[in-house]
Design a protein. Structure first.
Length: 345
């Protein structure tokens, strides 16, 4: 299949999921959330968005291989125990974008995301290319009425070659506060070598516009963006690293891969994700694949904190990498040097 066909289906899938998420975010009080085994939150919207994306890919491209964050296990368990409330809520959300969905069809669609890539392509299924999906990246942001992303990427030979990032609460207007969800949202997309495009997250007929990022001029204050969650990145270490760059602008804190989007469009110059001292966390591929492709296409350098390329051939985790550093080439070199100089203290 040609990359443009794959891209147009991926864009439609993310647009549908983004619309669904925006509607649900407007009704957060009723939605509620549950806590997963790893202590992270999950909502009706995470399950519904995963079902809609997987269904769209399957409907238009045939049975896809998808590595996604969510599984239908909890939905099936509750239903088997006589509690259909959760699957019913997911089904009614899904039906706003997939009108004739059934409960069984939704469970199957969610479980399409259970494909298991093994290091070096030794897993089951067709690993010549596969999708990585995070239906809601930054669920905490979604729940605090802030930023989050619907992240879908196509990965081939260990690298993303296509990325679509729905940012349903992110305004095109840089001046709008990040904690005021925009009623329209944005979607960023691109393929390797083709640049980054921006469109709205509401109407599939809206014409995309190429993102032209201005290089930060030397001597201009440098702006960092980073996670809201202090457990996902070391805010202290980032502050020390940034201090070495000279004059700084007020940093932006936002959830999910919207950080990659904000850097790609030039609203921030640098995205740092610095492991806390002693952290043994392995980054998940669906938390980086789409964003990393788009940042690269916007002309930014993307590596881990040791200057290594992100290696997406290792299964569900980026187990050869630690953290991420995203910046224009000149700043990126300075940042790696500053991180090395800081050491592990
Ligand atoms: P962010 O909004 O950028 O902080 O990232 C949200 C993502 O962080 C979630 O999707 C999780 O998969 C991931 N995450 C969970 N725990 C950690 C951790 N200890 N360090 C880094 N990322 C984490
Ligand atoms: Mg995530």
């Amino acid at each position: 299949m040609s990359q443009p066909d794959r891209l147009s289906v991926a864009r439609l899938a993310v647009l549908r999921a983004s619309r669904l998420c925006r509607r649900l975010q407007a009704d957060l009080a009723r939605l509620g959330s549950m806590t997963k085994g790893d202590a992270s939150p999950v909502t009706v919207a995470d399950f519904a968005a995963q079902a809609v994306v997987a269904h769209t890919l399957r409907e238009m491209l045939g049975p896809p291989t998808i590595v996604a964050e969510e599984s239908a296990l909890e939905l099936r368990r509750r239903r088997a125990e006589g509690d259909p409330g959760l699957i019913d809520a997911v089904l009614s959300a899904v039906r706003t974008e997939w009108a004739d969905a059934t409960a069984e069809g939704v469970l199957e669609a969610i479980d399409l995301g259970a494909a298991e890539p093994l290091p070096s392509g030794g897993g089951r299924g067709d690993w010549s290319g596969f999708w990585a999906l995070d239906p809601i990246d930054g669920t905490k942001g979604f729940l605090r009425n802030g930023q989050y992303a619907v992240a879908l990427a196509w990965i081939e030979a260990g690298s993303p070659t296509l990325g679509v990032l729905g940012c349903p609460a992110l305004s095109k207007d840089f001046n709008r506060p990040l904690d005021e969800p925009d009623p329209r949202g944005t979607i960023y997309f691109g393929v390797a070598g083709g640049g980054v495009y921006e469109t709205g997250a509401e109407d599939e007929r809206e014409a995309p516009v190429r993102v032209r990022r201005l290089e930060p001029a030397e001597g201009e204050p440098v702006r960092l963006c980073e996670s809201v969650e202090g457990s996902h990145t070391s805010h202290d270490r980032a502050e020390k690293v940034m201090e070495r760059l000279g004059e700084l602008a007020e940093p932006l804190r936002l959830d999910g891969q919207t950080k990659y989007a904000v850097a790609a469009r030039g609203q921030a110059d640098v995205y740092l994700r610095l492991p806390r001292p002693g952290s043994r966390y392995t980054e998940r591929i669906w938390d980086h694949a789409a964003g990393a492709l788009l940042a690269r296409e916007a002309g930014l350098a993307v590596t881990d904190v040791d200057g290594r390329e992100l290696d997406f051939s290792r299964g569900r985790g980026l187990d050869k990498n630690r953290g991420v550093v995203v910046a224009p080439a000149r700043l990126h070199g300075l940042l790696l040097g500053a991180i090395r100089a800081l050491g592990e203290d």
